[in-house]
Design a protein around this ligand. Structure first.
Ligand code: WQD
Length: 343
């Protein structure tokens, strides 16, 4: 299939482009490089020995979308483009609603006008908010606690309503994938997570401590009701996540209606377990300091991943050691991300 990948130069986007190409699909990328770099796509082309048609611009640009659908015979869309920093969303909610919700609405309208009816949407476990229990099942209450999570839930609802409205005519096929905590990098070390500025997330921060870019890790609280008092999350290797997208598209293309899946491993790892694993993989000391809890954090968040296994025949296979070793290979080879080498 020929797939339009919005945000294709981003962390999840690049890894999914690789997985799509290596599964024999064709890829067209739309990216505005607001939180990514063109060099990332050069690396994707290097890994796959293929060139990628690239459109530089915003998902919210209806004229550009119309041009893409007119010029490219798109069979499906994978929509990764969007802002994803929880803290930033609290400070700039209007930007998040415009960038994540309005743009997605424009995309779905352009798809429908072009007769493209399959959308794989990058959602997030953040839509669950603070779960009443773990592991989290897809039919748990959806109660996001920040504008980022609410923007993701709003798009999910837009997709759901559009699927319902088009059921009798040109049945829209909405595939919603709720990520837990993507980490790690492609085994080549050529692509990986390259956050702008100070990393919000745990793994890239640890990686930057290991490579000497950051002095120490602040551990946000060690008084949670968990095995060692630090936060527990469902970390999933980004290559597993990418393969889950390809599997979902292949299994559900041609269907109609709204399909929702958790993409996680089904098990939780604590902050201190992650620190220990990274130190072992990198051979580097990871200095850390216990500080106050971060506002909005929950104690535990991990998936019940059984629905994706039952319906899609997919499950995450890579272990914590794969996650930290691949992250270290990427970070040690590219100490300053894509701007550090010209490979
Ligand atoms: C993980 C754990 C922190 C940084 C967020 C988004 C979610 C998704 C993934 C987009 C927590 C602790 C972290 C640090 C720390 N993003 N931590 N020191 O908060 O589970 O999820 O990113 O889809 O939507 O909400 O991930 O990596 O920020 O935190 O102690 O410097 O690491 O308290 O327990 P989170 P995270």
């Amino acid at each position: 299939m020929r797939v339009l990948v919005t945000g294709g130069a981003g962390y999840i986007g690049t890894h999914t482009c690789v997985a799509l190409l290596q599964a024999g699909h064709q890829v067209v990328v739309l990216d505005n490089f607001s939180n990514s770099q063109p060099q990332a796509l050069a690396r994707v082309q290097q890994i796959c020995a293929q060139t990628l048609p690239l459109y530089r611009g915003d998902v919210g640009d209806a004229a550009l979308l119309q041009q893409i659908f007119a010029e490219q015979q798109i069979d499906a869309v994978m929509h990764f483009a969007g802002a994803k920093a929880v803290g930033e969303s609290v400070a700039q909610p209007l930007f998040y609603y415009r960038n994540n919700v309005t743009a997605s609405l424009t995309l779905i309208e352009a798809m429908s006008a072009a007769g493209v009816t399959t959308l794989v949407f990058s959602s997030s476990a953040t839509v669950y908010g603070d779960p009443h229990q773990v592991p989290i099942v897809e039919d748990f209450p959806l109660a996001p606690t920040n504008p980022y999570g609410r923007s993701k839930l709003m798009v999910e609802q837009i997709i759901r309503d559009h699927c319902t409205a088009t059921h009798a005519t040109h049945g829209f096929n909405g595939i919603i994938l709720r990520y837990f905590n993507p980490v790690g990098a492609h085994p080549s070390g050529l692509i990986g997570e390259d956050p702008h500025g100070i990393p919000n997330n745990l793994m890239p921060f640890i990686a930057q401590v290991a490579v000497g870019r950051r002095r120490e890790l602040s551990v946000f609280g060690d008084d949670y009701p968990t095995l060692d008092g630090t936060g527990v999350r469902d970390y999933i290797h980004v290559c597993d996540l990418a393969e889950g997208h390809v599997r979902a598209l292949e299994q559900l293309h041609g269907r109609q209606g709204c399909h929702v899946f958790n993409l996680g491993t089904g098990s939780g790892i604590s902050v201190l377990q992650m620190v220990q694993a990274y130190a072992a993989a990198s051979g580097c000391d990871i200095p850390y300091r216990i500080v106050a809890r971060r506002a909005g954090d929950v104690a535990q968040c991990f998936a019940d991943a059984s629905l994706a296994q039952e319906v899609l025949g997919w499950q995450a296979s890579r272990k914590l050691t794969d996650m930290v070793a691949s992250s270290w290979r990427w970070q040690s080879t590219n100490p300053h991300g894509y701007s550090s080498t010209t490979v």
